[in-house]
Design a protein around this ligand. Structure first.
Ligand code: C2E
Ligand code: MG
Ligand code: MG
Ligand code: MG
Length: 280
């Protein structure tokens, strides 16, 4: 875990900064400044999603990094929670969406044009009334095929919001975006999602994948999720695949796509493109 609650409830990061409220407030100010005045500090990395039957890359997940002027490259563990608790996740999320769409646009007419780009949405963004209008206007603004973008959603909403959620999802889907359930099998993910939500993809959480080499229960659960996804005609992705043995097992179970360090970690744009060029 990147962080833990200290005795007095203060959030502590294990890499020696943001140890106290002052540090948190400074980080918040820095983030606020970056979002408003220097959005270049917000950078997307790309982790390939690979078809294990032929090792071809069919797309990528965009994972946000913050190139902090003093602290260097920060991963989401250092600032997503802060962004959520301060509301900055809304402007941050919009920047991530815009950068993703810009990328899809730039890939048009190149060897990269068939790649599907997955973008993470936080629950907070999902509860924002402006999300659907924003997603609609971004398609017009960037003139891209929304089917090239897959929105990854975890922890969709509280149970009292289920009807609202279903409605929003249907409207987002009708614009043409794909929708994936991230970290499936953990947290609030539920079988009812599979019935009621217009989703295209299920991502099996890494906590199941990391045990399939030695633990029968995880194998059973993973096979069940894959079988169910195939019957319901969802694309099924295994996340956090690190070893060739895991890859081979998942391939034999019929998983559609694999994402994980076994193929590659999240890469800066240029490295990702080079990797696609030499692999596909
Ligand atoms: P996620 O969406 O489940 O993304 C997968 C995370 O697992 C990524 O961490 C990725 O680097 C890591 N990962 C991938 N393959 C492996 C593997 O084989 N082994 C291990 N140990 N880890 C692997 P990352 O980039 O640090 O992102 C962490 C989380 O932060 C993401 O989890 C997502 O929930 C959130 N996040 C990332 N980018 C965004 C964003 O733009 N917006 C929002 N709202 N959340 C984001
Ligand atoms: Mg994700
Ligand atoms: Mg995930
Ligand atoms: Mg996960």
């Amino acid at each position: 875990q990147a962080k833990e609650k200290g005795r007095n409830g203060i959030i502590i990061f294990d890499n020696s900064f943001a140890k106290n409220i002052d540090d948190q407030q400074m980080l918040e100010q820095d983030l606020r400044y970056a979002l408003k005045n220097d959005p270049q500090q917000i950078v997307l990395y790309f982790q390939p999603k690979v078809d294990p039957t032929n090792d071809k890359i069919i797309g990528a997940e965009a994972l946000v990094r913050w190139h902090h002027p003093k602290k260097g490259v920060l991963s989401p563990a250092h600032f997503i929670e802060l962004a959520e608790s301060t509301g900055l996740i809304l402007p941050l999320g919009e920047i991530v969406l815009r950068k993703s769409m810009e990328q899809v646009k730039r890939w048009e007419g190149t060897v990269f044009e068939n790649l599907i780009l997955a973008v993470n949405l936080s629950g907070r963004q999902f509860q924002d009334k402006n999300l659907e209008p924003l997603l609609r206007s971004l398609v017009d603004e960037y003139k891209i095929d929304p089917g090239k973008i897959e929105l990854e959603i975890t922890e969709l909403t509280s149970m009292t919001m289920v009807h609202h959620t279903i409605n929003v999802l249907h409207r987002i889907r009708s614009i043409g975006y794909k929708i994936a359930i991230d970290d499936f099998g953990t947290g609030y993910s539920s079988l009812a999602y599979l019935r009621d939500f217009p989703i295209s993809t299920i991502k099996i959480d890494r906590s199941f994948i990391m045990n399939i080499e030695e633990e029968q229960k995880s194998i059973t659960i993973v096979k069940l999720i894959i079988g169910m996804s195939r019957t319901l005609e969802f694309t099924v992705v295994a996340e956090g695949v690190e070893t060739i043995r895991q890859k081979e097992l998942l391939k034999s179970y019929g998983v559609d796509l694999i994402q994980g360090y076994f193929y590659n970690k999240p890469l800066p744009l240029k490295e990702f493109e080079e990797y696609v060029l030499k692999t596909n």
